[in-house]
Design a protein around this ligand. Structure first.
Ligand SMILES: Cc1ncc(COP(=O)(O)O)c(C=O)c1O
Length: 372
């Protein structure tokens, strides 16, 4: 079977170094918020090109705590997309704010800056663009908009570690940014983990406090906080993998280029990379002409032992738990069309050339109607 993603292969690739790092932590007697975490935080901040990074329990927690650090809470509105991992919206609700979900650009699948602007109200406090599938959102209009209206810009970089917008890495543009280290991410640990990046010393200090019960340096709670810490084992594993992130991203880019070449003549919408961005292909997402066609292709690939996935099958605003709770901008037509027609092909750095060929040959076979 060709899996859609493969965190085990990535572990096996760096097994010796990861195992050594794990042993080092086991023998150290320090398991929570020790040296591994603080070194990782500095290395990650340097990698992104910001002053600070604060490790927390997950990407969802990272967004929750970042919003809290900016004082966002009850009655406040936060604008983001419906075409994202549910986590983005869950984190907004965790701080008591109201998610306002707007439509995407149909080509990049990322937030439409015009739709974001149309959704602004007196209550809007922040915009959260999601750099989906590894491709940066159209940031400049959002930077201009949030500066003009005094709103916070908080980037959701959970799928875009190492991606560039113009000459800088995503995660360095907003007032803060969040990353997930879920095992399948471009930089993933072997459990849960997340991090917030920022240039603001005040936000950094608030995050340090919020992730641990709102404590000050004397362990007295100065604000209501949480328990959301990155543990030493995960930090040590991430320090190993961070060294190879650019090389792994490069492998993803080469795989995407191979897919592009081999699927060139097939009537599918292939990913389109904007000229101002790099794309780190957390996912390689193709667009089909209809839902039934997409479902047929997915079934055919599965019958040939090739796993594919839909990111995401039901937009957040149409999920039963959220239908009546969130506010939406105008009709989210591009979002609804995308979830009906997209398909994520196998994508991970260790995918072999032979496997890429098998995937693309099978897709061509489906198109040719040759299902035997
Ligand atoms: C776009 C996006 N935002 C946030 C998250 C949340 O990250 P985590 O799963 O680490 O909580 C994810 C990952 O699932 C994601 O893909």
């Amino acid at each position: 079977m060709i899996p859609q993603n493969n965190p085990l292969a990535n572990y096996l690739n760096y097994k010796q170094e990861i195992d050594e790092a794990v042993q080092r932590v086991m023998a150290s007697g320090s398991y929570i918020l020790g040296e591994e975490t603080s070194v990782l935080e500095q290395q990650f901040a340097d990698y992104i090109g910001v002053k600070y990074a604060v490790g927390v329990g997950s990407g969802t927690e990272a967004l929750h705590l970042a919003l809290r650090a900016f004082g966002i809470g009850k009655e406040d509105e936060v604008i983001t997309v419906s075409h994202t991992a549910l986590a983005t919206v869950a984190a907004i609700e965790m701080c008591g704010a109201i998610p306002v979900l707007v439509d995407i650009d149909p080509v990049s699948y990322t937030i439409s800056p015009n739709e974001a602007e149309n959704a602004i109200s007196d209550r809007t406090k922040a915009i959260v663009p999601v750099h989906l599938y590894g491709q940066p959102a159209d940031l400049q209009p959002l930077i201009d908009l949030t500066r003009r209206l005094n709103l916070y810009l908080i980037e959701d970089c959970a799928q875009s570690h190492g991606a560039m917008y113009r000459a800088e890495k995503v995660g360095a543009f907003g007032n803060a940014a969040i990353f997930s280290f879920y095992p399948t991410k471009n930089l993933g640990c072997l459990g849960d983990g997340g991090i917030v990046t920022t240039d603001s010393p005040d936000i950094h200090d608030r995050l340090i406090s919020l992730r641990q019960y709102g404590w000050d340096s004397k362990r007295v709670s100065q604000m209501a906080g949480y328990n959301s810490r990155l543990d030493e084992l995960q930090a040590a594993i991430l320090r190993v993998k961070l060294k190879y992130l650019d090389a792994d991203n490069k492998k993803r880019i080469i795989i995407a280029e191979n897919y592009n070449t081999r699927l060139n003549s097939v009537p599918l919408h292939l990913p389109v990379k904007a000229s101002s961005t790099s794309h780190v292909y957390h996912q390689y997402v193709i667009g089909c002409k209809s839902r039934s066609f997409r479902d047929g292709l997915m079934g055919y690939l599965s019958s040939k032992n090739i796993q594919s996935a839909i990111h995401y099958p039901v937009p957040v605003h149409l999920q039963p738990a959220y239908e009546n709770r969130i506010v939406t901008g105008r009709r989210l037509l591009n979002t609804e069309k995308a979830s009906d027609t997209i398909l994520s092909l196998p994508m991970f750095p260790e995918l072999t050339d032979k496997d890429i060929n098998r995937v693309t040959d099978t897709i061509k076979e489906f198109f040719a109607g040759n299902r035997n």
